[in-house]
Design a protein around this ligand. Structure first.
Ligand code: G
Ligand code: G
Ligand code: MN
Ligand code: NA
Length: 254
């Protein structure tokens, strides 16, 4: 069976695909500010697959809408369970560029929010700058539809694309995620530091949170705090873990 045929079967059977969760935290206090859902595939023969192994193929196939719907359904079901336990934690879901060309997306997101009793502001949709680049009329409409629902929009891997700056002049975004390459290079590069500093300032001016990705050390955390960065995500705080493992963590860190 091809990978895509196996994906189709896994989606239909509602097994094998799992969402790991990684918190983003307030850099100063360590308190979680949200959780990102990251897809994994527990393949019966090929072993544990990460998005790099299969997301590209799914994106280029007609399975994309179903795949994205599955991820959103699982993520919002989880957010709904947490809410029932008194944990109002925003959940971030990664979209593929091509999802923003699908005019049915806002309707589906709205239906899933209602089904799982999750208020729209608790869903953060992460989009990458590649999407921002290929802005067409169709993408405009989808993004407008998502904004009308009241969900949050986040620019993922910020700083690595091309036209993100023109994108944010047109689209209000709630969050900028500083690409982890800048955090990695910060210690040895005044230029990487300058990019982070400028992103923090930009976030302030457009009223968007700034989240640093890939924070791996206490030194990086301290440097980011001194740059005025609000939040961070990375192995220094918590690796992506199974979703049942994150509930006690969300409780203790609160
Ligand atoms: O979890 P990991 O570091 O392997 O993720 C690698 C990439 O896969 C990241 O860029 C992330 O945005 C992307 N990714 C993770 N989960 C999903 C998902 O559910 N859908 C899509 N489209 N991309 C995802
Ligand atoms: O592109 P995106 O930001 O969605 O990618 C998220 C990916 O980053 C996840 O696959 C996750 O496993 C990975 N990740 C999370 N924290 C760290 C970290 O501290 N260092 C590195 N190298 N990768 C991380
Ligand atoms: Mn992401
Ligand atoms: Na991403």
């Amino acid at each position: 069976l091809s990978l895509l045929a196996e994906m189709r079967a896994a989606l239909a059977a509602d097994d094998q695909l799992v969402l790991d969760m990684q918190p983003a935290v307030d850099l100063a206090t360590g308190v979680p500010t949200g959780v990102e859902a990251l897809i994994r595939w527990e393949h019966p023969r090929r072993g544990l697959l990460t998005p790099g192994d299969f997301v590209r193929a799914v994106e280029e196939s007609e399975l994309l809408a179903r795949f994205t719907g599955y991820v959103l359904d699982q993520a919002l079901a989880t957010a709904g369970e947490w809410r029932a336990q008194g944990l109002d934690v925003p959940i971030s879901v990664n979209l593929s560029a091509r999802n923003l060309l699908d005019p049915r997306l806002p309707g589906e997101v709205g239906a899933l929010l209602r089904r799982h009793h999750v208020p729209p502001h608790l869903l953060v949709l992460e989009i990458t700058e590649t999407v921002a680049m290929s802005r067409t009329g169709a993408v405009d409409e989808v993004i407008d539809g998502l904004r009308e629902l009241g969900v949050q929009l986040s620019l993922d891997d910020f700083g690595t694309g091309f036209s993100s700056l023109s994108f944010i002049t047109r689209i209000p975004v709630d969050e900028l995620k500083v690409d982890r390459s800048f955090v990695r290079d910060m210690a040895g590069s005044t230029r990487a530091t300058a990019v982070i500093r400028a992103t923090v300032e930009l976030g302030r001016r457009i009223n968007a949170r700034v989240v640093a990705e890939g924070v791996e050390t206490a030194d990086q955390r301290a440097a980011l705090v001194s740059l005025g960065c609000d939040s961070g995500q990375g192995y220094h705080f918590c690796r992506p873990v199974r979703r049942d493992k994150i509930v006690p963590l969300l409780r203790t860190l609160r």
